[in-house]
Design a protein around this ligand. Structure first.
Ligand code: URA
Length: 208
């Protein structure tokens, strides 16, 4: 199916551009990531089903349409994915949250999972979140783990994607919908997205 959605909205473009600026400090960077995550959740959840339940308005009874928030799970990839969690949860506060920690071994270049904890996800709509989809190695490995835990309905949400990352994830997981706020030009020799915004984790947590 290989679905890629680029959320091409003026508000999103504006906020992504502010995040790209080197001069944007930690506080603003965090707030912007939260706001963009909120905005792209609108598109990322477009496919999820609603259940009809009658409601009573002050005037009469009417059909109400509800999403089953308890059947939604958000899985941030540690650590930068944490920066997207609150924005998504503010729209679906009763969702469950799983966590996955993955790093890339500098010698073998293979993904190494150091932490994974999921609630029961087999029936759930799952949103794996990581701001930077660069090589796609970590995101693809995270999706592998979610699938091993029984997940089938998986969307990958990110802030900035590189074409190489999209191709890699879709090569391994053609069933996963990718939703991003921006699709950039390429990766550089160090695996950074160009033009990108630098290291999202370092900018979020002020570790450099
Ligand atoms: N991770 C980041 O934080 N930034 C990039 O450009 C690539 C991977």
């Amino acid at each position: 199916m290989k679905e890629l959605i680029i959320v091409d909205h003026p508000l999103v473009k504006h906020k992504v551009s502010l995040m790209r600026k080197k001069s944007t400090g930690t506080k603003e960077f965090k707030e912007l990531l939260k706001e963009i995550s909120f905005l792209i959740t609108y598109e990322a959840t477009r496919h999820i089903k609603t259940k009809m339940k009658r409601v009573t308005t002050p005037i009469c009874d009417a059909d109400g349409f509800f999403i089953e928030e308890k059947k939604v799970t958000i899985v941030p990839i540690l650590r930068a994915g944490l920066g997207m969690l609150d924005g998504i949860l503010s729209l679906m506060p009763n969702s469950s949250v799983g966590f996955i920690g993955i790093y890339r071994d500098p010698e073998t270049l293979q993904p190494v999972e150091y932490y994974a904890k999921f609630p029961n996800i087999s029936e759930n709509e799952i949103f794996v979140v990581d701001p930077m989809l660069a090589t796609g190695v970590s995101s693809s490995a995270a999706v592998d783990e979610v699938k091993k835990a029984g997940g089938t309905k998986i969307t990958l949400m990110c802030l900035i994607a590189a074409p190489e990352g999209v191709k890699f994830v879709h090569g391994n997981h053609p069933d996963v919908k990718i939703v991003t706020a921006a699709l950039d030009e390429k990766l550089n020799d160090h695996g950074y997205i160009v033009p990108g915004l630098g290291d999202a984790g370092d900018r979020l947590f002020r570790t450099k």
